[in-house]
Design a protein around this ligand. Structure first.
Ligand code: ADP
Ligand code: MG
Length: 138
């Protein structure tokens, strides 16, 4: 499904509405350039999942956890990692799929394996406030 949004709030609304259909154990990859709206999209997911804290861009932490109605929203941001990272030292494989909803920014940084059933969201920038959001379901 494709959406064109014109503000961060519209992007949050797309994610918020989609969150209603997500089941515990879901894994979501968010693909898009810096500033495309990935973290904004996660904020909408958190709203839709009844999380009390609004997600922010993790600075040093790779993982933020936001308890919600369908279990924990696990928010990974792998931006600072390289393909040579020793993944056995991280929790990520144990979260795929996790007991809640797992969402991953910069999934390209993680070589896998990913679960067979995964959602991909592509975000692209169209001018200052235009964002195209494509939700691909498995
Ligand atoms: P990313 O996590 O992909 O790097 P962020 O969500 O952190 O992106 O930042 C998106 C930036 O783009 C924010 O500064 C936000 O205010 C701005 N923005 C402008 N228009 C939109 C839109 N339609 N949807 C989402 N963000 C938007
Ligand atoms: Mg981000």
């Amino acid at each position: 499904m494709q959406h064109l949004t014109h503000s961060p709030e519209e992007t949050r609304a797309v994610a918020r509405n989609w969150a209603a259909s997500l089941e515990s154990g879901t894994v979501i990859q968010l693909i898009g350039d810096l500033g495309a709206g990935k973290t904004t999209f996660v904020q909408g997911l958190a709203e839709g999942l009844g999380c009390e804290t609004a997600p922010t861009s993790p600075t040093f932490a790779l993982l933020h956890e936001y308890p919600g109605k369908k279990g924990v929203l696990y928010h990974w941001d792998l931006y600072r990692l390289s393909p040579t990272t020793d993944w056995t030292q991280l929790d990520l494989p144990g979260h795929l799929p996790g007991d809640g909803i797992t969402v991953v920014e910069w999934p390209e940084r993680y070589p896998g394996p990913w679960p067979a059933r995964i959602h991909t969201v592509n975000l692209s920038i169209h001018g200052e406030t235009g964002r195209e959001i494509e939700i691909l379901n498995p």
